[in-house]
Design a protein around this ligand. Structure first.
Ligand code: PDD
Length: 280
């Protein structure tokens, strides 16, 4: 694989980042994941805009223009002959000479890393016909989940808790309400209405979420952006998640209880179709 590190395209084995990098020592960095289908980037503009926002919230600027970022994304698709998969982008506060809680001086160069991950047949995942199973776990993450930081230890532990329980993923619960999945936004459908957590600092503002809600409204589906409980989810007709890497993925079981019929529902299935049609 050819990866991008600080201005250069290099074979992955030759890519180097400092041990003093702030992301390595303090999780002081942000990231984006953009899907690639048939060699085309999905929703690049949305991801670039959110990157700029995440950086801004942490007092950092963009390391380069959106156009330059787009060029690197496209270059990596070509150099790696990528058809289906994703591009990971990470920007950190850089690598000052020492470990220090205080931010490094203005002008310390940021670290910029991009790499590709190939996932042939990504859009035709058999999992979408089957649906996934989730467990609920407490949401103990920090309070600024709207910033896409590389601080992913708890979501990673949540994924392992799910696997240990024989499930695929975890939905996180705070003050009695579902926030989101470990790496995706969470939805339920009741009597034809799609319900998903309202935007705020409690969840990541998913780029796929924005697109899917737009398509749902265009298709005259009813959407409510509000908090919902796990009990409400278990009693729902359908449930699903969205993310750049899963698109729209039906959820068929929560904490071992079947959601609705226990099979992917019509709303989730239709939204997945629309999303993939619009993206290709
Ligand atoms: N995760 N919520 C969380 C906590 C996420 O990490 C993600 C994305 C989302 C969905 O956002 P989007 O639709 O913009 O991908 C929601 C990416 C895919 C990841 O970490 O791999």
């Amino acid at each position: 694989r050819t990866v991008y590190v600080n201005g250069e395209y290099v074979p992955e084995a030759e890519a180097k980042v400092s041990v003093f990098d702030r992301a390595f020592l303090m999780a002081d960095g942000v990231y984006e994941v953009t899907s690639v289908l048939g060699g085309r980037l999905i929703d690049f503009d949305g991801h670039a805009a959110r990157l700029e926002r995440s950086l801004g919230e942490l007092g950092m600027g963009m390391p380069m223009s959106r156009d330059e970022l787009l060029t690197i994304h496209r270059e990596l698709v070509v150099r790696n002959d990528l058809t289906d998969g994703m591009i990971y982008l990470q920007v950190t506060r850089g690598a000052p000479g020492d470990r220090d809680f205080a931010f490094p001086p203005e002008g310390t160069p940021q670290t910029v890393v991009l790499f590709t991950q190939s996932k042939p047949g990504l859009a035709d995942s058999p999992l979408a016909k089957q649906g996934i199973r989730v467990i609920s776990i407490p949401d103990v993450r920090w309070g600024r989940r709207d910033i896409k930081t590389v601080q992913l230890l708890y979501p990673s532990m949540g994924k392992m808790m799910a696997k240990k329980a024989g499930a695929d993923d975890a939905w996180m619960v705070e003050d009695g309400a579902v926030t989101e999945g470990t790496s995706n936004n969470a939805y339920i459908v009741k009597d034809g209405t799609i319900v998903t957590r309202n935007l705020g600092t409690e969840i990541l503002h998913g780029i796929t979420r924005a697109a899917v809600l737009r398509f749902a409204r265009e298709a005259q589906m009813k959407v409510e952006e509000r908090a919902f409980t796990i009990d409400e989810a278990k009693a729902a007709d359908e449930a699903f998640i969205t993310s750049a890497s899963m698109f729209v993925m039906p959820v068929v079981e929560i904490d071992g209880d079947a959601v609705g019929s226990g099979a992917p529902g019509p709303v989730a299935t239709r939204l997945r179709e629309i999303y993939l049609e619009e993206s290709r």
